[in-house]
Design a protein around this ligand. Structure first.
Ligand SMILES: Nc1ncnc2c1ncn2[C@@H]1O[C@H](COP(=O)(O)OP(=O)(O)O)[C@@H](O)[C@H]1O
Ligand SMILES: Cc1ncc(COP(=O)(O)O)c(N)n1
Length: 266
């Protein structure tokens, strides 16, 4: 049986809501074959990130070499990348194996406030990996850090930021508005020509751990199955909306989204 293959390069979240675990659950829910290359092991739960153990860049290289030299990937998705050395290994491997579609979720920190990508690595990310992306998926905080601009708090400021982010060289920009003040969550998709708005009434659910990882992974899975960028984002939006609506009240802190909610929605 032919199957679309998706590889995530990200950190492990022991709590299972974000990172590698969220990505693989999402790939599975969307009928694709998921693979992983781990950049860091985090000890993490709903209360926050207790510790981070980055893997040696060589360990990341070996995982990528094993997977890409044999199985291959229709789409590679990246999340937590930790260091400039990790990013150098990834750009080298994406070029070596001529990976055609790359979804970059520029995870800089966790919702709970921990730094997940080192400050020194951000410029490496912007200058080397970003221009290789089919789509980048920053949230409003990440976008403001990448652009070194004031906090983005309106849809107009989001539109302006989207145009500026596109100048950094990715084919598409998907700016996520989950942190936008007000009662709507607006995401913008821009391909250099057309700007699309994806608007969703803000959900009051408090179990939102893993939203960004899950959303970017759903885009990656849909692209791997051959969807257009617009259709991939549309499906990912429905997937994440269902997952937030059915978010799980587990743990003492911010619970995870429920990755099976899209499949069970009828
Ligand atoms: N409270 C919410 N209601 C509806 N959609 C949301 C909510 N929070 C996040 N989203 C959606 O979840 C996805 C991830 O967005 P965001 O939370 O901004 O990313 P991140 O997890 O990277 O901070 C986006 O599609 C966003 O619109
Ligand atoms: C390993 C890993 N990757 C990414 C996130 C970000 O997810 P969130 O913003 O929901 O905390 C995380 N907390 N942990």
């Amino acid at each position: 049986m032919a199957v679309a293959k998706v590889l995530t390069i990200a950190g492990s979240d022991s709590g299972g809501g974000a990172g590698i675990q969220a990505d693989l659950k999402t790939f599975q829910e969307l009928d694709t074959y998921g693979m992983s290359a781990i950049t860091a092991i985090t000890a993490q739960n709903t209360l926050g990130v207790q510790s981070i153990y980055p893997v040696q860049p060589e360990v990341l290289r070996e995982q990528l070499e094993s997977v890409l030299s044999d199985i291959g990937a229709d789409v590679v998705k990246t999340g937590m990348l930790v260091s400039a050395e990790h990013i150098q290994v990834i750009t080298e491997m994406l070029s070596k194996y001529a990976v055609k579609q790359v979804v970059i979720d520029p995870v800089l920190g966790s919702t709970s406030g921990s730094e997940l990508t080192k400050k020194e690595a951000i410029s490496e990310l912007i200058h080397t990996l970003w221009p290789m992306a089919t789509v980048v998926t920053p949230n409003l905080i990440e976008a403001a850090r990448v652009l070194s601009c004031p906090p983005i708090e309106t849809v107009e400021a989001m539109e302006e930021a989207t145009y500026r982010l596109h100048e950094l060289g990715s084919a598409n920009v998907l700016l996520k508005g989950g942190h936008l003040p007000g009662d709507e969550s607006v995401d913008l998709l821009y391909d250099g020509k057309t700007l699309h708005h994806f608007t969703q009434k803000r959900l009051n659910g408090t179990s939102t751990h893993g939203t960004g990882c899950t959303f970017a992974s759903a885009i990656a899975a849909e692209l791997a199955k051959g969807s257009s960028m617009y259709d991939a984002v549309q499906t990912a939006k429905t997937f994440i909306t269902c997952s937030i609506k059915e978010g799980l009240a587990i743990g003492e802190g911010i619970g995870p989204v429920f990755h099976s909610a899209y499949r069970r929605r009828r």
